[in-house]
Design a protein around this ligand. Structure first.
Ligand SMILES: Cc1ncc(COP(=O)(O)O)c(C=O)c1O
Length: 366
């Protein structure tokens, strides 16, 4: 059995006192956040370095970023860079809701299960959750929680949030999003999309962003970058400035205002000015498909959800997963059922997939 964890790989450099403390050849399937930074993004950061620029978003890169986002999302789009996805969600949801408001979301929504209660703690937002089979809301599912307006005893359901691609690796079609937006708007509710992996959705659907966001009626979006090759950064994108206002104040008071914002903005220019977002996300999606195909051939391993973006969910004997985890990093998604999640990244290679599939076969046979 080969152990692909690093031994002592420390490496020194002539240009920095820092020492490399990891093996750059080791990649796993735990999260698309485990990947490094795409070289074109690192080059963009270097390009923006040196000299002085006005802090707090008054720099030339952030000014230009407005045009970059308008080109993708339409003339009315406004881009507000933030540090991370949790922050983007908390800022965006606050902009949609009054103090007494609540958001309707799938039970699996990242901000419901994996943000440490940040929307509740930082913004006092109540989440009305709905169980879903595939991580996707529908108008019918929204109605399970969209009721009780005017009743002072019920946190008022005034927003809906969906995730594209979802936490379960599934996708909404543009028609499904339009139906949700129409349904929500008819009831006086606004719509947020957690687009932490929106580029994976664009690559998988083969559609421009605006066809399944702006044109479908979405009001505000958390646009992801970190999972798709950035060093760090996300953007709150206002698509309907008539109803979503005051992001600058909410961003500052939510501790999401970067003083050296040029370095966040230039990363998004690198990602979105050309086709890097599609190259990275399309590759991650293709690696997930390759993994799905490879494990489908292994007896005793069942892929349990449709593979529509860059995630593969599978069930296999627990002891096999535990042995595999000693060789490749990944997490149990559901400790109770033993379901595991394997994420692919922009830098996952075909060899990584083939080596992982071979290791699964080997461990299944032991
Ligand atoms: C769907 C989704 N939304 C939001 C986030 C939060 O991003 P961050 O970890 O940058 O706060 C994540 C991170 O895993 C995510 O998967």
């Amino acid at each position: 059995m080969t152990d692909n964890r690093p031994a002592d790989t420390s490496e020194t450099s002539t240009v920095t006192d820092a020492v490399r403390r990891h093996d750059p050849a080791v990649r796993g399937f735990a999260s698309d956040n485990y990947a490094g930074v795409h070289p074109e993004v690192l080059a963009a950061i270097a390009l923006a370095n040196e000299g002085h620029q006005i802090a707090y978003g008054e720099d030339d890169y952030t000014a230009h970023l407005q045009d970059v986002f308008k080109a993708h999302f339409g003339e009315r789009a406004q881009a507000f860079p933030v540090f991370n996805g949790t922050g983007a969600n908390v800022v965006a949801l606050q902009a949609l809701l009054p103090r007494w408001g609540a958001v309707v979301a799938a039970e699996t929504a990242h901000f419901n299960v994996d943000e440490g209660g940040a929307p509740e703690k930082m913004a006092g937002i109540k989440i009305h959750t709905v169980p879903t089979p595939d991580g996707k809301l529908t108008p019918e599912l929204i109605d399970r929680q969209a009721w009780g307006w005017g009743d002072e005893h019920r946190a008022q359901p005034l927003a809906v949030s969906i995730t594209q691609s979802t936490e379960l690796g599934t996708l909404y079609t543009p028609d499904e999003i339009r139906a949700i937006c129409d349904h929500a708007h008819e009831r006086g509710m606004l719509v947020h999309v957690d687009g932490s992996r929106l580029s994976n959705a664009a690559a998988a659907l083969g559609l421009p962003f605006r066809e399944f966001t702006t044109d479908a009626g979405v009001d505000v979006l958390s646009f992801g970058g970190t999972k798709n090759g950035l060093l760090g950064g996300e953007v709150v994108v206002v698509l309907n400035p008539d109803t979503v206002k005051n992001i600058t104040f909410l961003r500052k008071t939510s501790m999401q205002l970067a003083s050296k914002m040029r370095f966040v903005s230039v990363q998004f220019e690198a990602l979105l000015a050309g086709d890097l977002y599609l190259r990275n996300a399309g590759h991650a999606n293709a690696m997930a498909k390759r993994l799905e195909t490879a494990v489908a051939a292994i007896d005793g391993v069942t892929v349990v959800r449709p593979v529509q973006a860059n995630a593969v969910f599978a069930i296999l004997p627990r002891e096999v997963s535990e042995r595999l985890q000693k060789r490749f990093r990944f997490y149990f998604w559901n400790e109770h059922t033993g379901e595991v999640r394997w994420m692919c990244s922009f830098d996952t290679t075909e060899q990584d997939i083939d080596a992982f599939a071979a290791a699964i076969t080997e461990e299944m046979g032991r």
